[in-house]
Design a protein around this ligand. Structure first.
Ligand SMILES: Nc1ncnc2c1ncn2[C@@H]1O[C@H](COP(=O)(O)OP(=O)(O)OP(=O)(O)O)[C@@H](O)[C@H]1O
Ligand SMILES: [Mg+2]
Length: 294
């Protein structure tokens, strides 16, 4: 792929994030391995899929879900015992290639790379460095020439830390929440279903509430864009269940806790005084009073 093609193309499904797109383009032109760092649900997967599109429709896009159970064999491959009997134990034919070879000449999208064991990180190093993989004592030396795009959520506490040796092979690009309410509104309207009328003033009202929660010092885990999309969809269907054909304030109030409470976490200092559920209810009431909605 010529670098001019990369410069000209747009990551069309990702709205906003212009700085991220520029960084990503420059990293791709330099053929760097990339990790997109950021909270859940802010467009990392969508961004990587757009890169695949940019590279070409025929280029493979192989997705690996990082988890502590993922083994080097899943990724690199292993010896198929039946084929080993047929072709000989050290024959190339006996080797069944793992996921990284399917990504040859395309993209290896490695979701949540920081959930993998250090052993697995190490097994990736040769592929990343030499674009080839040698498997144990076997004479398999296969091409694994792919663009690596990983993702990582730095706030995920259930994860391994990535080793310095591993991190030294990547450029990190930081993805953020939608930069403006207008952009988030367009994301919600294009990603969410549109079944009935959703008055714009109500849409602005609840999106500004979510955006205030993200900026709130008492909130440790912040509500994602998926939470915004969730309220958009559930408020519509809530109105439908109540046999109305237009979203009202009541619909948003009725679905708010169900969509939001597990998607955010309060700081310990607040958590012991108030549950997330009550915090949302109280803050929402204040938000409505402040905006003159009540
Ligand atoms: N900047 C954005 N532009 C367009 N859509 C967005 C954007 N941010 C979030 N979305 C929408 O939010 C949803 C989640 O996005 P996506 O799956 O790409 O997030 P993610 O960062 O990969 O999340 P996770 O970390 O949970 O895998 C999708 O429906 C996507 O369309
Ligand atoms: Mg994702």
């Amino acid at each position: 792929m010529h670098f001019n093609d990369i410069i000209k193309k747009d990551f069309k499904d990702v709205l906003g994030q212009e700085d991220v797109k520029r960084q990503l383009k420059s990293a791709l032109i330099s053929e760097r391995n990339i990790i997109l760092v950021g909270a859940p649900g802010i467009g990392k997967t969508t961004l990587a899929k757009n890169v695949a599109h940019l590279i070409g429709d025929k280029a493979p896009f192989v997705r690996v879900q990082g988890s502590p159970d993922l083994t080097a064999e899943d990724l690199i491959g292993d010896i198929d015992p039946i084929k080993a009997l047929k072709f000989g134990p050290t024959s190339k034919e006996a080797f069944s290639p793992g996921k990284i070879f399917q990504a040859n000449k395309g993209i290896l999208f490695f979701d949540e790379i920081n959930r993998c064991s250090e052993k697995l990180q190490n097994s990736l190093l040769q592929a990343l460095e030499e674009k080839r993989v040698t498997v144990g004592s076997y004479k398999v030396d296969l091409d694994a020439n792919f663009t690596f795009i990983g993702t990582m959520n730095p706030e995920d506490t259930s994860t391994e830390t990535l080793s310095d040796v591993f991190l030294d092979r990547f450029d990190l690009i930081y993805v953020h929440y939608p930069e403006s309410l207008e952009i988030e509104k367009t994301i919600v309207e294009t990603s969410g279903h549109n079944k009935i009328d959703f008055p714009e003033n109500l849409l602005d009202m609840y999106l500004s509430f979510i955006r205030d929660l993200r900026a709130d010092d008492n909130v440790e885990k912040k509500p994602s864009v998926r939470a915004s999309i969730g309220i958009y969809e559930r408020a519509q269907t809530n109105a439908m269940v109540n046999e109305r054909n237009k979203v009202s304030l009541r619909d948003i109030q009725e679905v708010l806790v169900s969509v939001l409470s597990h998607r955010m976490r309060l700081k310990p200092s607040v958590k012991y005084l108030k549950t997330a559920k009550n915090y949302i209810k109280d803050e929402f009431k204040k938000h409505l009073e402040k905006g003159g909605y009540l």
